[in-house]
Design a protein. Structure first.
Length: 322
């Protein structure tokens, strides 16, 4: 459908309701099965009697704009091809959480309610600056010679996590500083390789460096004066910065019930980002629609089926009494 494969599952005991499911980040070039494989949470919803529709998206990587557009097309296709569901819910995890947030802000009347687990729900420009460039720049200032130039066309598209792990082992004091500041553990800091991979992919997609850090002051990395003196500085490409803003910047203005939950420790989307979108929603005057569940588990998107089912039950209850 418009270049995006998809799958639709309807259980024998279909209750007439639909869950639209948005998957997380897939590196460009990652193998894709045919037919499309179902996300891990799919059986949870099917077991409750809900139909589930999910798009592969037209592109991989930071595919937020494709995710929003392709999922909306699939939602409309389901209603026209099968029957209009009595209620339609939206669920996304990891980067799919950002797509869910963007979707309910753009299409508020399409969904009875939405659920985000382990979600990256921070506007792209902010996450690129604070979640990707800042950690990489700080790492480079503390442990030079490991992180390539973030904006150079000739820099590699990826870094071996093992190289990062080896450098951290040789610099335990710096590793401890980075882990504390980034709300990580020393052994999980090699996830910086994923950040680097994502940034390079966005640069290819956007046509340049999307972050300008020339005036940024980095704090909490030990000797901050030394870190800021050594920090590499980058000028943003206006075209790339505009792309990041468009794909996407959240407003926090929602009028759809939203349930959010994270893992207690998440090495990929650390806790320092978990409260960003809830605070934005409350600041926008939309707090009555929001339910944030207590964090559970250790890892990225490490939820049991029972925990996913319980969170979804909460959403359904909140949606019924809206």
């Amino acid at each position: 459908m418009n270049g995006a494969s998809y799958r639709i599952d309807v259980p024998p005991n279909w209750n007439g309701d639909l869950v639209m499911l948005m998957h997380g980040y897939q590196p460009v070039g990652a193998p894709v099965s045919t037919p499309m494989a179902a996300a891990d949470a799919t059986p949870v919803f099917l077991g409750k009697g809900f139909a589930v529709a999910q798009s592969q998206y037209a592109s991989q990587g930071w595919a937020v704009s494709d995710a929003v557009a392709d999922t909306e097309r699939l939602r409309q296709y389901f209603a026209k091809t099968y029957v209009r569901p009595a209620h339609t819910y939206l669920y996304g995890f990891s980067l799919g959480g950002l797509a869910v947030a963007a979707s309910i802000e753009r299409h508020p009347r399409a969904y009875t309610g939405a659920m985000i687990t382990c979600g990256l729900t921070v506007s792209t420009p902010e996450f690129l600056a604070k979640g990707i460039v800042e950690p990489l720049v700080a790492f480079d200032a503390l442990i030079p010679g490991v992180i390539p130039d973030l904006a150079a066309p000739g820099s590699p598209p990826a870094i071996d996590p093992g190289v990062i792990a080896g450098a951290l082992e040789k610099h335990p004091n710096e590793a401890a500083v980075l882990a504390k500041r980034l709300e990580q553990r020393p052994e999980t800091l090699p996830t910086l390789a994923l950040y680097y991979l994502g940034l390079r992919e966005i640069e290819r997609r956007a046509g340049g460096m999307p972050v300008d850090n020339r005036k940024d002051v980095y704090e909490g990395f030990g000797d901050d004066t030394a870190v800021n003196r050594k920090a590499r500085r980058y000028a943003a490409s206006p075209k790339a910065a505009a792309y990041a803003k468009d794909n996407v910047t959240l407003t926090g203005r929602i009028d759809t019930p939203l349930v959010m939950q994270w893992n207690a420790f998440d090495p990929t989307i650390p806790a320092r980002f978990h409260g960003v979108y809830p605070a934005q929603i409350r600041a926008a005057g939309s707090g009555r629609w929001l339910t944030v569940l207590d964090p559970v588990g250790d890892g990225h998107c490490d939820f049991t089926d029972e925990q996913t089912a319980a969170a979804f039950d909460t959403l359904v209850r909140k949606s019924v009494i809206r």
